[in-house]
Design a protein around this ligand. Sequence first.
Ligand code: ATP
Ligand code: MG
Length: 344
Amino acid sequence: MALAHRQLGALPKQIPSESLIPEQSLGDLIGISQVMQKVYALIHRVSQFRFPVLILGESGTGKELVARAIHSESQRRLCPFVPVDCGTLVPALIESELFGHMKGAFTGATDNKRGLLETAKGGTLFLDEIGELHLGMQVKLLRAIQEQEIRPVGANALIRTDVRIIAATNCDLEKAVRAGAFRQDLYFRLNIVQIKLSPLRNRREDIPQLIGLFLERFADLQPSIHGISEEATRRLTAYEWPGNVRELENAIEHALALGSGSMIEVCDLPSSIQSDSLVEIADEKEPLSLRVLERRAIYRALTQTNGDVVAAARILCMGKTTMYRKLKEYGVKRNGGPTGRISD
Ligand SMILES: Nc1ncnc2c1ncn2[C@@H]1O[C@H](COP(=O)(O)OP(=O)(O)OP(=O)(O)O)[C@@H](O)[C@H]1O
Ligand SMILES: [Mg+2]
């Protein structure tokens, strides 16, 4: 069955349609591309309402910055913005983390504890990596969003909540719904408005502005460096950026930390960028799919780190959970050795 899918720009009827105002930044987000301007316009519009927002995009595309911008543009800005990484919450403690608990509710519950849904009262709860939340918690979360009340673990009484929910994921939630790993009713509840962030390789016009931002951000690392050479900028603009803006940020930090001249040169860039430019890829005889490129990058990072998955994930600017999922998906062994073949 086809799932309801509200893409960027297709908003519920009650949202007034206004013309797009060209902007180069919003909150901590920058970017002059058309797609980023649509994102800014959407942030302005959804921030006036309290319905849930679902933010989609590859790792490092700025999902958390978008969530923060929605919060700071809204009337809730003076109340807390509470981020929760659903991928790292310990399953046994997740209910108590979100809903709180009463003293004595379980072994180790020595005091009453407020849950994150209560901590975020009047503000925004940002549920990052929502696709990682296990099914049992999905039911309870859906109830909490619908009823706007929660029952802390071990409590008899319900507590009213007033929280705006923003969820984000880099996985395909519709696929997860079809596979039975994500509840369809929760998906529908969260997917009132969807903001989809483009990968950096699809908005290369934003790269020079982002380079400028990160040069300023890390200027203290090497005050003798005053800029970046044309060739280095060309390489950065041509690179595929599997880790998106976060990888670009890390690359500039790396170049500033290790550079020695007055400008960042190609040789100061991380080795993956020096060699992996589109120029090299263009020389390949066979067509390359993004899956193959990603698998190669994972394979190489694991080889460089002697199979240390966490260190390899860091090189790739990828979350640990995502890395383990990709290893399984691509059949790559921890020592970097492939166990299967990826079809293009
Ligand atoms: N448009 C942007 N302008 C400025 N900085 C950005 C932009 N997009 C991302 N960044 C920076 O890139 C880094 C990653 O951003 P963020 O954490 O929001 O990404 P994400 O999509 O939540 O990634 P993940 O899926 O891995 O959690 C942050 O340091 C953020 O400041
Ligand atoms: Mg994030």
